[in-house]
Design a protein. Structure first.
Length: 575
Protein backbone atom coordinates (compact mmCIF):
# COMPACT_ATOMS: atom_id res chain seq x y z
CA UNK A 1 0.00 0.00 0.00
CA UNK A 2 2.92 2.31 0.66
CA UNK A 3 4.13 1.93 -2.90
CA UNK A 4 0.66 2.73 -4.23
CA UNK A 5 0.48 5.90 -2.18
CA UNK A 6 3.91 6.92 -3.46
CA UNK A 7 2.76 6.42 -7.05
CA UNK A 8 -0.30 8.63 -6.50
CA UNK A 9 1.93 11.27 -4.95
CA UNK A 10 4.25 11.24 -7.97
CA UNK A 11 1.33 11.77 -10.32
CA UNK A 12 0.09 14.71 -8.28
CA UNK A 13 3.48 16.33 -8.51
CA UNK A 14 3.22 16.26 -12.30
CA UNK A 15 6.35 14.15 -12.82
CA UNK A 16 4.90 12.03 -15.61
CA UNK A 17 8.18 10.26 -16.31
CA UNK A 18 8.28 8.82 -12.79
CA UNK A 19 4.70 7.66 -12.93
CA UNK A 20 5.04 5.20 -15.76
CA UNK A 21 4.21 5.37 -19.49
CA UNK A 22 3.21 8.99 -19.79
CA UNK A 23 1.58 10.37 -16.67
CA UNK A 24 -1.45 10.19 -14.45
CA UNK A 25 -3.82 8.63 -16.98
CA UNK A 26 -1.44 5.69 -17.51
CA UNK A 27 -0.87 4.71 -13.86
CA UNK A 28 -2.34 1.41 -12.73
CA UNK A 29 -3.48 1.65 -9.09
CA UNK A 30 -3.61 -1.46 -6.94
CA UNK A 31 -6.55 -0.39 -4.80
CA UNK A 32 -10.17 -0.17 -5.91
CA UNK A 33 -12.21 3.04 -5.77
CA UNK A 34 -11.01 5.71 -3.39
CA UNK A 35 -9.31 8.88 -4.42
CA UNK A 36 -8.58 7.76 -8.01
CA UNK A 37 -12.29 7.15 -8.67
CA UNK A 38 -13.18 10.52 -7.19
CA UNK A 39 -10.64 12.22 -9.41
CA UNK A 40 -12.05 10.49 -12.50
CA UNK A 41 -15.58 11.56 -11.64
CA UNK A 42 -14.49 15.14 -10.96
CA UNK A 43 -12.53 15.35 -14.19
CA UNK A 44 -15.34 13.97 -16.35
CA UNK A 45 -17.92 16.21 -14.68
CA UNK A 46 -15.70 19.24 -15.29
CA UNK A 47 -15.30 18.33 -18.97
CA UNK A 48 -19.02 17.88 -19.47
CA UNK A 49 -19.81 21.07 -17.55
CA UNK A 50 -17.62 22.95 -20.02
CA UNK A 51 -19.43 21.26 -22.93
CA UNK A 52 -22.78 22.18 -21.41
CA UNK A 53 -21.68 25.80 -21.03
CA UNK A 54 -20.47 26.00 -24.64
CA UNK A 55 -23.66 24.39 -25.95
CA UNK A 56 -25.87 26.82 -24.04
CA UNK A 57 -23.85 29.76 -25.33
CA UNK A 58 -24.20 28.52 -28.90
CA UNK A 59 -27.97 28.06 -28.47
CA UNK A 60 -28.28 31.63 -27.17
CA UNK A 61 -26.22 32.92 -30.08
CA UNK A 62 -28.34 31.09 -32.66
CA UNK A 63 -31.57 32.37 -31.12
CA UNK A 64 -30.22 35.90 -31.32
CA UNK A 65 -29.14 35.28 -34.92
CA UNK A 66 -32.59 33.97 -35.81
CA UNK A 67 -34.19 37.15 -34.51
CA UNK A 68 -32.05 39.29 -36.81
CA UNK A 69 -31.93 37.23 -40.04
CA UNK A 70 -34.40 36.94 -42.96
CA UNK A 71 -37.09 34.31 -42.61
CA UNK A 72 -35.65 32.31 -45.54
CA UNK A 73 -32.68 31.36 -43.36
CA UNK A 74 -34.74 30.35 -40.32
CA UNK A 75 -35.01 26.69 -41.32
CA UNK A 76 -31.25 26.16 -41.22
CA UNK A 77 -30.95 27.92 -37.87
CA UNK A 78 -33.84 25.91 -36.40
CA UNK A 79 -32.18 22.68 -37.50
CA UNK A 80 -29.00 23.64 -35.69
CA UNK A 81 -31.00 24.64 -32.61
CA UNK A 82 -32.84 21.31 -32.53
CA UNK A 83 -29.57 19.42 -32.82
CA UNK A 84 -27.92 21.45 -30.05
CA UNK A 85 -30.94 21.15 -27.76
CA UNK A 86 -30.93 17.39 -28.25
CA UNK A 87 -27.20 17.28 -27.50
CA UNK A 88 -27.83 19.33 -24.34
CA UNK A 89 -30.56 16.94 -23.24
CA UNK A 90 -28.31 13.91 -23.83
CA UNK A 91 -25.31 15.33 -21.98
CA UNK A 92 -26.18 13.92 -18.50
CA UNK A 93 -26.55 10.39 -19.87
CA UNK A 94 -23.34 10.71 -21.87
CA UNK A 95 -21.54 12.04 -18.79
CA UNK A 96 -22.69 9.14 -16.60
CA UNK A 97 -21.78 6.61 -19.29
CA UNK A 98 -18.32 8.12 -19.68
CA UNK A 99 -17.75 8.04 -15.90
CA UNK A 100 -18.73 4.37 -15.79
CA UNK A 101 -16.50 3.57 -18.76
CA UNK A 102 -13.46 5.23 -17.21
CA UNK A 103 -14.12 3.71 -13.78
CA UNK A 104 -14.41 0.28 -15.35
CA UNK A 105 -11.21 0.81 -17.31
CA UNK A 106 -9.43 1.88 -14.12
CA UNK A 107 -10.74 -0.92 -11.89
CA UNK A 108 -8.53 -3.89 -10.90
CA UNK A 109 -11.12 -6.24 -12.41
CA UNK A 110 -10.68 -4.68 -15.84
CA UNK A 111 -6.89 -5.07 -15.92
CA UNK A 112 -4.09 -6.90 -14.12
CA UNK A 113 -3.01 -5.44 -10.85
CA UNK A 114 0.44 -4.23 -11.77
CA UNK A 115 2.58 -1.61 -10.15
CA UNK A 116 4.95 0.56 -12.14
CA UNK A 117 8.33 1.31 -10.71
CA UNK A 118 7.98 4.88 -9.45
CA UNK A 119 11.47 5.89 -10.58
CA UNK A 120 11.48 4.30 -14.02
CA UNK A 121 12.12 6.95 -16.64
CA UNK A 122 10.98 6.72 -20.24
CA UNK A 123 12.17 9.08 -22.97
CA UNK A 124 9.86 11.23 -25.01
CA UNK A 125 8.95 9.91 -28.45
CA UNK A 126 11.32 11.05 -31.19
CA UNK A 127 9.16 11.47 -34.28
CA UNK A 128 10.97 10.74 -37.57
CA UNK A 129 10.95 13.10 -40.51
CA UNK A 130 10.43 10.41 -43.11
CA UNK A 131 9.13 10.36 -46.67
CA UNK A 132 7.01 7.23 -46.64
CA UNK A 133 6.79 7.04 -50.40
CA UNK A 134 10.57 6.76 -50.89
CA UNK A 135 11.35 5.22 -47.48
CA UNK A 136 14.10 7.84 -47.12
CA UNK A 137 14.77 10.31 -44.31
CA UNK A 138 15.85 13.55 -45.98
CA UNK A 139 16.70 16.75 -44.20
CA UNK A 140 13.70 18.85 -43.22
CA UNK A 141 12.46 20.65 -46.29
CA UNK A 142 14.53 18.51 -48.71
CA UNK A 143 11.50 17.03 -50.46
CA UNK A 144 9.87 20.42 -50.99
CA UNK A 145 12.43 22.65 -52.70
CA UNK A 146 9.77 25.24 -53.53
CA UNK A 147 9.40 26.26 -49.89
CA UNK A 148 11.69 28.86 -48.37
CA UNK A 149 13.56 27.90 -45.20
CA UNK A 150 14.26 30.50 -42.53
CA UNK A 151 17.68 29.59 -41.16
CA UNK A 152 17.44 31.83 -38.11
CA UNK A 153 14.73 29.66 -36.55
CA UNK A 154 13.52 26.10 -36.53
CA UNK A 155 12.10 25.17 -39.98
CA UNK A 156 8.34 24.90 -39.79
CA UNK A 157 8.07 22.14 -42.37
CA UNK A 158 7.96 18.88 -40.48
CA UNK A 159 6.65 15.38 -40.88
CA UNK A 160 5.12 13.64 -37.88
CA UNK A 161 4.30 9.95 -37.89
CA UNK A 162 1.52 8.78 -35.62
CA UNK A 163 2.86 6.09 -33.27
CA UNK A 164 1.78 2.50 -33.85
CA UNK A 165 0.84 0.18 -30.95
CA UNK A 166 4.30 -1.39 -31.14
CA UNK A 167 6.05 1.92 -30.85
CA UNK A 168 3.71 2.92 -28.04
CA UNK A 169 4.81 -0.12 -26.03
CA UNK A 170 8.43 0.88 -26.47
CA UNK A 171 8.24 4.66 -26.20
CA UNK A 172 5.39 6.48 -24.50
CA UNK A 173 4.81 10.20 -25.18
CA UNK A 174 4.43 12.51 -22.21
CA UNK A 175 0.94 14.03 -22.13
CA UNK A 176 2.24 17.53 -21.54
CA UNK A 177 4.47 17.31 -24.61
CA UNK A 178 3.62 19.83 -27.35
CA UNK A 179 4.18 18.49 -30.87
CA UNK A 180 2.94 21.45 -32.92
CA UNK A 181 6.54 21.89 -33.98
CA UNK A 182 8.40 18.65 -33.32
CA UNK A 183 11.93 19.04 -32.04
CA UNK A 184 13.50 15.56 -31.77
CA UNK A 185 15.39 14.89 -28.59
CA UNK A 186 18.34 12.61 -28.08
CA UNK A 187 17.02 9.09 -27.91
CA UNK A 188 17.68 6.94 -24.87
CA UNK A 189 17.31 3.23 -24.40
CA UNK A 190 13.91 2.75 -22.72
CA UNK A 191 13.82 0.80 -19.50
CA UNK A 192 12.48 -2.72 -19.85
CA UNK A 193 8.89 -2.88 -18.57
CA UNK A 194 7.89 -5.48 -16.04
CA UNK A 195 6.84 -8.74 -17.72
CA UNK A 196 3.63 -8.76 -15.69
CA UNK A 197 2.47 -5.47 -17.20
CA UNK A 198 0.27 -6.28 -20.18
CA UNK A 199 -1.23 -3.79 -22.63
CA UNK A 200 -4.51 -3.98 -20.71
CA UNK A 201 -2.74 -2.70 -17.60
CA UNK A 202 -2.29 0.73 -19.16
CA UNK A 203 -5.21 3.14 -19.00
CA UNK A 204 -6.16 4.99 -22.19
CA UNK A 205 -3.13 6.75 -23.69
CA UNK A 206 -3.49 10.54 -23.99
CA UNK A 207 -3.78 11.65 -27.64
CA UNK A 208 -0.88 13.38 -29.36
CA UNK A 209 -0.77 15.22 -32.67
CA UNK A 210 -1.49 13.38 -34.84
CA UNK A 211 -3.53 10.98 -32.65
CA UNK A 212 -2.86 7.29 -32.46
CA UNK A 213 -5.11 5.50 -34.93
CA UNK A 214 -4.05 1.91 -34.72
CA UNK A 215 -1.52 -0.29 -36.43
CA UNK A 216 -1.80 1.45 -39.81
CA UNK A 217 -0.99 4.88 -38.35
CA UNK A 218 -1.09 8.11 -40.30
CA UNK A 219 1.13 11.02 -41.15
CA UNK A 220 0.60 14.75 -40.99
CA UNK A 221 2.74 17.31 -42.75
CA UNK A 222 2.62 20.91 -41.63
CA UNK A 223 3.54 23.16 -44.55
CA UNK A 224 3.90 26.53 -42.86
CA UNK A 225 6.69 28.10 -44.87
CA UNK A 226 6.00 30.70 -47.54
CA UNK A 227 4.86 29.04 -50.77
CA UNK A 228 6.60 29.63 -54.08
CA UNK A 229 3.62 31.54 -55.50
CA UNK A 230 2.38 34.80 -54.08
CA UNK A 231 -0.90 34.80 -52.18
CA UNK A 232 -1.58 38.21 -53.67
CA UNK A 233 -1.72 36.54 -57.10
CA UNK A 234 -4.22 33.94 -55.86
CA UNK A 235 -6.36 36.66 -54.34
CA UNK A 236 -6.30 38.74 -57.53
CA UNK A 237 -7.42 35.74 -59.58
CA UNK A 238 -10.31 34.93 -57.23
CA UNK A 239 -11.48 38.55 -57.10
CA UNK A 240 -11.21 38.91 -60.87
CA UNK A 241 -13.34 35.77 -61.40
CA UNK A 242 -15.83 36.98 -58.79
CA UNK A 243 -16.15 40.52 -60.15
CA UNK A 244 -15.59 40.11 -63.89
CA UNK A 245 -16.62 36.51 -64.49
CA UNK A 246 -14.89 33.15 -64.77
CA UNK A 247 -12.75 32.86 -67.94
CA UNK A 248 -14.57 31.01 -70.76
CA UNK A 249 -17.49 30.20 -68.45
CA UNK A 250 -20.02 29.85 -71.29
CA UNK A 251 -17.76 27.49 -73.25
CA UNK A 252 -17.13 25.34 -70.17
CA UNK A 253 -20.88 24.93 -69.56
CA UNK A 254 -21.55 24.21 -73.26
CA UNK A 255 -18.74 21.63 -73.54
CA UNK A 256 -19.84 19.93 -70.33
CA UNK A 257 -23.44 19.73 -71.58
CA UNK A 258 -22.25 18.14 -74.85
CA UNK A 259 -20.12 15.62 -72.97
CA UNK A 260 -23.09 14.60 -70.83
CA UNK A 261 -25.43 14.39 -73.83
CA UNK A 262 -23.01 12.17 -75.78
CA UNK A 263 -23.73 9.25 -73.47
CA UNK A 264 -20.03 8.44 -73.33
CA UNK A 265 -17.97 8.03 -70.18
CA UNK A 266 -17.21 11.21 -68.30
CA UNK A 267 -13.66 9.87 -67.98
CA UNK A 268 -13.48 10.68 -64.30
CA UNK A 269 -10.67 9.23 -62.24
CA UNK A 270 -11.21 5.44 -61.82
CA UNK A 271 -14.15 5.39 -64.28
CA UNK A 272 -12.28 2.80 -66.34
CA UNK A 273 -12.74 0.35 -63.45
CA UNK A 274 -16.52 0.63 -63.40
CA UNK A 275 -18.19 -2.59 -64.47
CA UNK A 276 -21.12 -0.60 -65.86
CA UNK A 277 -21.69 3.13 -66.33
CA UNK A 278 -24.39 3.05 -63.65
CA UNK A 279 -22.23 1.50 -60.93
CA UNK A 280 -22.31 3.59 -57.76
CA UNK A 281 -19.35 1.71 -56.27
CA UNK A 282 -15.91 1.38 -57.87
CA UNK A 283 -13.38 -1.31 -57.04
CA UNK A 284 -9.89 -0.20 -58.07
CA UNK A 285 -7.63 -3.18 -58.95
CA UNK A 286 -4.12 -3.98 -57.77
CA UNK A 287 -2.61 -2.41 -60.88
CA UNK A 288 -3.21 1.00 -59.27
CA UNK A 289 -0.39 0.28 -56.81
CA UNK A 290 2.11 -0.01 -59.67
CA UNK A 291 1.36 3.54 -60.91
CA UNK A 292 4.28 5.00 -58.99
CA UNK A 293 4.38 8.25 -60.96
CA UNK A 294 0.80 9.23 -60.08
CA UNK A 295 0.38 11.49 -57.07
CA UNK A 296 -3.19 11.23 -55.75
CA UNK A 297 -4.53 14.17 -53.74
CA UNK A 298 -7.82 14.42 -51.86
CA UNK A 299 -9.89 17.58 -51.37
CA UNK A 300 -12.62 17.46 -48.74
CA UNK A 301 -15.79 19.57 -48.56
CA UNK A 302 -15.15 22.88 -50.34
CA UNK A 303 -18.59 24.46 -49.87
CA UNK A 304 -18.16 27.42 -52.16
CA UNK A 305 -14.70 28.48 -50.93
CA UNK A 306 -12.98 29.23 -54.24
CA UNK A 307 -9.92 30.74 -52.55
CA UNK A 308 -9.35 27.55 -50.55
CA UNK A 309 -9.89 25.35 -53.61
CA UNK A 310 -7.58 27.43 -55.80
CA UNK A 311 -4.81 27.47 -53.17
CA UNK A 312 -5.08 23.72 -52.49
CA UNK A 313 -4.80 22.87 -56.19
CA UNK A 314 -1.80 25.19 -56.66
CA UNK A 315 -0.08 23.75 -53.59
CA UNK A 316 -0.63 20.11 -54.66
CA UNK A 317 0.64 20.77 -58.18
CA UNK A 318 3.78 22.45 -56.82
CA UNK A 319 4.43 19.52 -54.46
CA UNK A 320 3.98 16.91 -57.20
CA UNK A 321 6.05 18.78 -59.75
CA UNK A 322 8.90 19.21 -57.25
CA UNK A 323 9.07 15.41 -57.08
CA UNK A 324 8.52 14.93 -60.83
CA UNK A 325 5.18 13.21 -60.31
CA UNK A 326 1.83 13.75 -62.01
CA UNK A 327 -0.95 15.05 -59.73
CA UNK A 328 -4.45 13.60 -59.72
CA UNK A 329 -7.35 14.96 -57.68
CA UNK A 330 -10.20 13.21 -55.88
CA UNK A 331 -12.98 15.39 -54.45
CA UNK A 332 -15.02 14.14 -51.49
CA UNK A 333 -18.22 15.97 -52.48
CA UNK A 334 -20.16 19.03 -51.28
CA UNK A 335 -18.65 21.53 -53.70
CA UNK A 336 -21.14 24.35 -53.03
CA UNK A 337 -23.51 25.92 -50.45
CA UNK A 338 -22.44 27.66 -47.22
CA UNK A 339 -19.68 29.62 -48.99
CA UNK A 340 -20.43 32.43 -51.48
CA UNK A 341 -18.60 31.19 -54.60
CA UNK A 342 -20.47 28.04 -55.56
CA UNK A 343 -20.59 28.96 -59.26
CA UNK A 344 -16.83 29.62 -59.40
CA UNK A 345 -16.06 26.31 -57.70
CA UNK A 346 -18.30 24.39 -60.13
CA UNK A 347 -16.82 26.12 -63.18
CA UNK A 348 -13.28 25.37 -61.99
CA UNK A 349 -14.25 21.75 -61.28
CA UNK A 350 -15.81 21.30 -64.73
CA UNK A 351 -12.76 22.95 -66.30
CA UNK A 352 -10.62 20.29 -64.64
CA UNK A 353 -12.94 17.48 -65.77
CA UNK A 354 -12.69 18.71 -69.37
CA UNK A 355 -8.87 18.94 -69.15
CA UNK A 356 -7.67 15.61 -70.55
CA UNK A 357 -4.23 16.10 -69.00
CA UNK A 358 -5.51 16.38 -65.42
CA UNK A 359 -7.07 13.24 -63.85
CA UNK A 360 -10.01 14.30 -61.67
CA UNK A 361 -12.51 12.19 -59.74
CA UNK A 362 -15.27 12.65 -57.19
CA UNK A 363 -17.62 10.86 -54.81
CA UNK A 364 -21.13 12.25 -54.42
CA UNK A 365 -21.90 14.56 -51.49
CA UNK A 366 -25.30 15.12 -49.91
CA UNK A 367 -25.45 18.75 -51.10
CA UNK A 368 -24.56 17.59 -54.62
CA UNK A 369 -27.32 14.99 -54.60
CA UNK A 370 -29.71 17.54 -53.08
CA UNK A 371 -29.63 19.70 -56.22
CA UNK A 372 -32.69 18.67 -58.28
CA UNK A 373 -35.12 20.08 -60.84
CA UNK A 374 -38.65 20.81 -59.61
CA UNK A 375 -41.80 20.17 -61.67
CA UNK A 376 -41.96 23.82 -62.70
CA UNK A 377 -38.41 23.65 -64.12
CA UNK A 378 -36.84 25.64 -61.31
CA UNK A 379 -33.82 24.31 -59.50
CA UNK A 380 -34.57 23.07 -56.04
CA UNK A 381 -32.39 22.22 -53.05
CA UNK A 382 -33.30 19.16 -50.97
CA UNK A 383 -30.84 20.15 -48.23
CA UNK A 384 -30.64 23.20 -46.02
CA UNK A 385 -28.73 25.47 -46.29
CA UNK A 386 -28.94 25.70 -50.09
CA UNK A 387 -27.41 29.09 -50.89
CA UNK A 388 -26.14 28.00 -54.31
CA UNK A 389 -29.61 26.98 -55.46
CA UNK A 390 -31.10 30.20 -54.06
CA UNK A 391 -28.49 32.15 -55.99
CA UNK A 392 -29.19 30.26 -59.23
CA UNK A 393 -32.93 30.97 -58.93
CA UNK A 394 -32.51 34.72 -58.47
CA UNK A 395 -33.81 36.65 -61.53
CA UNK A 396 -30.50 38.48 -61.90
CA UNK A 397 -28.70 35.13 -62.31
CA UNK A 398 -31.01 33.63 -64.93
CA UNK A 399 -28.05 33.23 -67.30
CA UNK A 400 -26.57 30.71 -64.87
CA UNK A 401 -29.58 28.39 -65.03
CA UNK A 402 -27.78 26.19 -67.57
CA UNK A 403 -24.90 25.74 -65.13
CA UNK A 404 -27.33 24.42 -62.53
CA UNK A 405 -28.92 22.01 -65.04
CA UNK A 406 -25.49 20.69 -66.04
CA UNK A 407 -24.68 20.13 -62.35
CA UNK A 408 -27.88 18.09 -61.88
CA UNK A 409 -27.11 15.81 -64.84
CA UNK A 410 -23.44 15.47 -63.90
CA UNK A 411 -24.11 14.41 -60.33
CA UNK A 412 -26.40 11.61 -61.52
CA UNK A 413 -23.30 9.89 -62.92
CA UNK A 414 -20.91 10.39 -60.00
CA UNK A 415 -20.01 7.31 -57.87
CA UNK A 416 -20.77 7.15 -54.17
CA UNK A 417 -17.86 5.02 -52.99
CA UNK A 418 -14.40 4.09 -54.25
CA UNK A 419 -12.37 1.20 -52.81
CA UNK A 420 -8.60 1.30 -53.35
CA UNK A 421 -6.65 -1.98 -53.31
CA UNK A 422 -4.58 -1.06 -50.23
CA UNK A 423 -7.66 -1.04 -47.97
CA UNK A 424 -8.72 2.62 -48.21
CA UNK A 425 -12.37 3.36 -48.99
CA UNK A 426 -13.51 6.82 -50.01
CA UNK A 427 -17.04 8.13 -49.43
CA UNK A 428 -18.63 11.44 -48.53
CA UNK A 429 -20.74 10.21 -45.61
CA UNK A 430 -20.19 6.77 -44.12
CA UNK A 431 -20.82 3.08 -44.71
CA UNK A 432 -24.04 1.02 -44.94
CA UNK A 433 -25.56 0.54 -41.50
CA UNK A 434 -26.40 -2.74 -39.76
CA UNK A 435 -29.84 -3.12 -41.35
CA UNK A 436 -28.20 -3.21 -44.79
CA UNK A 437 -25.84 -5.95 -43.65
CA UNK A 438 -28.48 -8.35 -42.30
CA UNK A 439 -28.27 -11.59 -44.24
CA UNK A 440 -25.00 -10.53 -45.86
CA UNK A 441 -24.12 -8.06 -48.59
CA UNK A 442 -23.38 -8.59 -52.27
CA UNK A 443 -22.12 -6.43 -55.14
CA UNK A 444 -25.57 -5.76 -56.55
CA UNK A 445 -26.88 -4.60 -53.19
CA UNK A 446 -23.97 -2.19 -52.73
CA UNK A 447 -24.77 -0.61 -56.10
CA UNK A 448 -28.57 -0.57 -56.05
CA UNK A 449 -29.98 -0.80 -52.51
CA UNK A 450 -31.40 2.66 -51.64
CA UNK A 451 -30.27 2.43 -48.01
CA UNK A 452 -26.72 1.46 -48.96
CA UNK A 453 -26.50 4.32 -51.46
CA UNK A 454 -27.97 6.74 -48.94
CA UNK A 455 -25.51 5.76 -46.21
CA UNK A 456 -22.47 6.18 -48.47
CA UNK A 457 -23.52 9.80 -49.04
CA UNK A 458 -25.49 10.88 -45.97
CA UNK A 459 -24.55 8.76 -42.90
CA UNK A 460 -22.29 10.19 -40.24
CA UNK A 461 -19.56 8.21 -38.49
CA UNK A 462 -19.83 8.54 -34.72
CA UNK A 463 -16.45 9.33 -33.20
CA UNK A 464 -16.79 7.31 -30.01
CA UNK A 465 -19.89 5.10 -29.91
CA UNK A 466 -19.32 1.38 -30.17
CA UNK A 467 -22.97 0.54 -30.83
CA UNK A 468 -25.47 2.48 -32.89
CA UNK A 469 -28.85 1.66 -34.35
CA UNK A 470 -30.21 2.53 -37.80
CA UNK A 471 -32.67 5.41 -37.87
CA UNK A 472 -34.26 5.54 -41.30
CA UNK A 473 -36.33 8.57 -40.33
CA UNK A 474 -33.12 10.55 -40.79
CA UNK A 475 -30.79 10.26 -43.78
CA UNK A 476 -27.90 11.43 -41.67
CA UNK A 477 -28.13 8.79 -38.94
CA UNK A 478 -24.94 7.79 -37.15
CA UNK A 479 -22.86 4.66 -37.65
CA UNK A 480 -20.87 3.31 -34.71
CA UNK A 481 -17.68 1.28 -34.54
CA UNK A 482 -19.24 -2.18 -34.52
CA UNK A 483 -21.30 -1.48 -37.65
CA UNK A 484 -18.19 -0.06 -39.31
CA UNK A 485 -16.09 -3.14 -38.49
CA UNK A 486 -18.87 -5.44 -39.69
CA UNK A 487 -19.12 -3.60 -43.01
CA UNK A 488 -15.34 -3.77 -43.50
CA UNK A 489 -15.49 -7.56 -43.11
CA UNK A 490 -18.43 -7.94 -45.49
CA UNK A 491 -16.99 -5.57 -48.10
CA UNK A 492 -13.63 -7.35 -48.04
CA UNK A 493 -15.39 -10.64 -48.87
CA UNK A 494 -17.32 -9.05 -51.75
CA UNK A 495 -14.35 -7.21 -53.25
CA UNK A 496 -11.67 -9.80 -52.60
CA UNK A 497 -9.33 -7.15 -51.20
CA UNK A 498 -8.77 -5.53 -47.79
CA UNK A 499 -11.17 -2.86 -46.54
CA UNK A 500 -9.63 -1.26 -43.47
CA UNK A 501 -9.74 2.56 -43.49
CA UNK A 502 -12.22 5.29 -44.40
CA UNK A 503 -11.59 8.75 -45.82
CA UNK A 504 -14.70 10.94 -45.79
CA UNK A 505 -16.04 14.50 -45.69
CA UNK A 506 -19.52 15.60 -44.54
CA UNK A 507 -18.65 16.79 -41.00
CA UNK A 508 -16.93 20.14 -40.53
CA UNK A 509 -13.97 21.04 -38.33
CA UNK A 510 -12.27 24.42 -38.10
CA UNK A 511 -8.82 22.83 -38.52
CA UNK A 512 -10.03 20.95 -41.60
CA UNK A 513 -9.52 17.39 -40.40
CA UNK A 514 -10.28 14.92 -37.63
CA UNK A 515 -8.97 11.44 -36.85
CA UNK A 516 -11.39 9.14 -35.01
CA UNK A 517 -9.11 7.65 -32.38
CA UNK A 518 -11.51 5.11 -30.90
CA UNK A 519 -11.53 3.02 -34.09
CA UNK A 520 -8.57 0.87 -33.01
CA UNK A 521 -6.81 -0.78 -35.96
CA UNK A 522 -9.55 0.45 -38.32
CA UNK A 523 -9.19 4.17 -38.93
CA UNK A 524 -11.49 7.00 -39.99
CA UNK A 525 -10.33 10.41 -41.23
CA UNK A 526 -12.70 13.32 -41.99
CA UNK A 527 -11.39 16.03 -44.31
CA UNK A 528 -12.58 19.54 -45.28
CA UNK A 529 -10.70 21.77 -47.71
CA UNK A 530 -11.74 25.34 -47.02
CA UNK A 531 -10.38 28.36 -45.19
CA UNK A 532 -13.77 30.13 -45.01
CA UNK A 533 -16.36 28.68 -42.60
CA UNK A 534 -19.42 30.95 -42.43
CA UNK A 535 -21.41 28.08 -40.85
CA UNK A 536 -19.04 27.69 -37.89
CA UNK A 537 -18.56 29.96 -34.91
CA UNK A 538 -15.11 30.89 -36.16
CA UNK A 539 -15.77 31.97 -39.74
CA UNK A 540 -12.24 31.53 -41.07
CA UNK A 541 -9.20 29.39 -40.47
CA UNK A 542 -5.58 30.24 -41.13
CA UNK A 543 -4.92 26.59 -42.00
CA UNK A 544 -6.18 24.88 -45.16
CA UNK A 545 -6.25 21.06 -45.19
CA UNK A 546 -5.88 18.62 -48.04
CA UNK A 547 -4.57 15.05 -48.07
CA UNK A 548 -2.18 12.89 -50.10
CA UNK A 549 -2.52 9.17 -50.69
CA UNK A 550 0.11 6.92 -49.07
CA UNK A 551 -0.07 3.18 -49.64
CA UNK A 552 -1.26 1.14 -46.66
CA UNK A 553 -2.04 4.15 -44.46
CA UNK A 554 -4.56 6.88 -44.04
CA UNK A 555 -3.63 9.75 -46.36
CA UNK A 556 -1.14 12.38 -45.24
CA UNK A 557 -2.83 15.56 -44.11
CA UNK A 558 -1.15 18.69 -45.45
CA UNK A 559 -1.90 21.95 -43.67
CA UNK A 560 -1.27 25.16 -45.61
CA UNK A 561 -0.86 28.43 -43.75
CA UNK A 562 -3.27 31.01 -45.20
CA UNK A 563 -2.51 34.69 -44.56
CA UNK A 564 -5.30 36.34 -42.60
CA UNK A 565 -5.27 39.38 -44.89
CA UNK A 566 -5.91 37.15 -47.94
CA UNK A 567 -9.04 35.67 -46.35
CA UNK A 568 -10.33 39.09 -45.31
CA UNK A 569 -9.71 40.55 -48.78
CA UNK A 570 -11.72 37.82 -50.54
CA UNK A 571 -14.36 37.38 -47.83
CA UNK A 572 -15.00 40.79 -46.19
CA UNK A 573 -16.55 40.59 -42.74
CA UNK A 574 -19.59 42.61 -43.82
CA UNK A 575 -20.63 40.13 -46.56
Amino acid sequence: MALEEETVKVVKSGDAGKAGYGGARNVSLTRKGGKADAEIKARVKEEFAEREKETKEEIARLRQEKATTPILRHTAIEQKLRRLEKDLKDLPNERDAEIQRQLKANSPAAKPTAVHKPKAEFPAVQFPTTDFRTKQSPEVGARTPKFKTVESRTPKFSTVEAPTPKSLEEEKPKPEEVVDEVKPEESKEPAEPEESISEEAVVEIPPVLPPSIGEKGSVIIRAEEEMDFEWSGLVRHVKRCRDKGFPHAKKIVTDMRKKLASGQSLELLFDEHRKTESDAVIKVPQSFLQETNRDLWFLGDIHGDYLGMHAAIAYAKAQSESEERKPAFMYLGDLFDRGPHGELVMLEFFRQVLDEKLPVGMVLGNHDEGLVVAEDGRLQGMVDPAEFIDWLNEPANKKWHDLGMVCVEFFKRVPRAVFLPDGLMITHGGVPHEDCQEGGLDWEQLNTDPNCLQDFTWARMHETKKLSFPNRSSKGHQVGREAFYAFCREAAKILGQPVERLLRGHDHFINGHRWYESYEDKAVLTLNTRCYHPDLRQSSSERLALARWVEGRLPEVHLIEVPRESIEEVYPADE
